[in-house]
Design a protein around this ligand. Structure first.
Ligand code: 5AD
Ligand code: SF4
Length: 457
């Protein structure tokens, strides 16, 4: 992976020791975006005035400094690269709105409580100017190369529709390594999906780091629509002949809009399985993670999805041991898991990723405590998964057979709920969907018997 392009960061620190410390933290938080400290503001890509309110006329000093920065910003703009100017510290806290009004040269104002949000605020500023945040590749080129003649192995394929993320969860490297949220145009996706279908693919999984934030250029003839969301894209893809199954992963709760939820109720080919990470059941921890949702708002989204598609299987991601997580916070996660009832889930011990805001948070959780919590959480999630698999016994479900199974005469396939299914079946059913009567289950898979008609077909 290429490192982000180098950018110059100039921070002017006023006042107390606290501000000197904060300036250091801002440097740390911006390093993963490619910002390197610079000694002077000339030619800097980012200038931060970390202000102090203690002295009289502190604000006036800031305004006169901003006056000096203006010609530098104009010069920089003439050279083709913008200079972003931020005011931080106590003056920002006290007079944020007034600064923005009086000094249009300022792009953003950030108070001392929100330094961990700096990367996010910068991304938003860049986006409002139509720029992308730092990325290590040009997605257009990458996708063009991909869209060429794709080799297809098997009957289930991935199709990338979106890259990057603007959410800036404080534990996650994706917004830095993958850059700003970006969506492929609908027409390109449709062309690739058609090509996959023509090669025998029956199931596609739309991929993206934050796939349900999808907002792609509409197809030819629909320009007046403005960008399309994922729900609209799914409806469109559902019409492609030969594609029997569509899935998407992975999503953020705040991007589950009504059209996407409705699609789950309307599209037969949209599989009844949703991977929707919540990470924690504690609102305090969700806030520290900068998730921008509460557990309650997450639960409400799940409720709406279930109302649209009652048999949907819910999957999720969890992090235990995030800095500041107490026993009570962890119990809230356990309670949340009981409330939602997951069909499957991924759970992780928090791991400090250098450069992310979470890595420099105080109150990192003891390793042994985090391990013990993970064990308990995984036991609960495994119980739920086992129960969900068991609930399929006695049902007849359509299985997409993908390949030969481990035992002779057996095929391996997937249920609509993404469960692995093992079943005695003839080889000619590979690449086809057939009804299977489920007779047995374990934590990780189902077994069943093929409908006699299906095996003869
Ligand atoms: N530590 C632990 N888990 C993490 N994840 C992402 N970053 C971290 C980290 N620093 C998990 C989240 C996410 C999933 C893909 O990986 O749960 O949803
Ligand atoms: Fe984005 Fe997901 Fe990472 Fe949060 S966890 S920053 S939503 S990719």
């Amino acid at each position: 992976m290429m490192a982000p392009a180098r950018k110059k960061l100039f921070i002017k620190t006023y006042g107390c020791q606290m501000n000197v410390y904060d300036s250091e933290r801002m440097r740390d938080v911006l390093a993963p975006l490619g910002y390197e400290p610079s000694e002077q503001p000339d030619g800097a890509d980012m200038v931060i005035l970390n202000t102090c309110h203690i002295r009289e006329k502190a604000a006036e000093k800031v305004y006169s400094e901003l006056g000096r920065l203006r010609p530098l910003k104009e010069e920089k703009a003439d050279s083709g690269a913008p200079m972003t100017i931020a005011v931080a510290g106590c003056v920002a806290q006290a007079q944020g709105e007034e600064i923005m009004r009086r000094a249009p040269v300022v792009d953003l104002v950030v108070g001392p409580q929100t330094y961990h949000k700096l990367p996010e605020l910068i991304a938003q500023t860049h986006r409002s100017r139509g720029e992308r945040l730092e990325t290590e590749f040009e997605p257009v080129e990458k996708f063009d190369a991909l869209a060429g003649n794709r080799k297809v192995a098997g009957y289930s394929a991935f199709l990338t529709v979106q890259e990057g993320c603007d959410k800036f969860c404080t534990f996650c490297v994706v917004p830095y390594t993958r850059g700003a949220e970006w969506s492929r145009p609908v027409d390109q996706i449709v062309a690739e999906a058609r090509q996959l279908a023509s090669k025998g693919v029956r199931e596609i999984t739309l991929l993206g780091q934050n796939v349900n934030a999808y907002h792609g250029e509409p197809p030819a003839g629909h320009e007046a629509d403005g960008v399309w969301g994922l729900g609209r894209l799914l409806r469109h893809l559902a019409m492609i002949g030969g594609l029997d199954r569509i899935r998407y992963t992975t999503s953020h709760p705040n991007d589950m809009d009504d059209e996407l939820i409705a699609a789950h109720g309307e599209l037969e080919c949209l599989m009844p399985y949703l991977h929707l990470p919540v990470q924690s059941g504690s609102d305090k921890i969700l806030h520290a993670m900068n998730r921008k949702h509460t557990f309650e708002s997450y639960a409400r989204v799940i409720e709406k999805v279930r109302a649209a598609r009652p048999d949907i299987a819910i999957s999720g991601d969890f992090i235990v041991g995030f800095p500041g997580e107490t026993d009570a916070d962890f119990e809230a996660t356990m309670q949340g898991v009981r409330e939602i009832n997951y069909a499957s889930a991924f759970s992780f011990k928090y791991s400090r990723r250098p450069g992310t805001p979470g890595a420099s948070l105080p109150m990192q959780v003891d390793e042994a405590v985090a391990s013990e919590r993970l064990t308990r959480l995984q036991a609960l999630l495994e119980d739920q998964q086992t129960a969900f698999n068991g609930s399929q016994i006695g049902r007849r479900i359509p299985v997409l057979f993908e390949r030969k199974g481990r035992e002779d005469g057996q095929l391996h396939g997937r249920s609509p709920y993404l469960q692995a299914v093992h079943c005695d079946a003839p080889d000619h059913l590979i690449g086809r969907i057939a009804e299977v009567a489920i007779t047995g289950s374990t934590r990780n898979s189902l077994t069943g018997e093929l409908d006699a008609k299906a095996s003869a077909a």
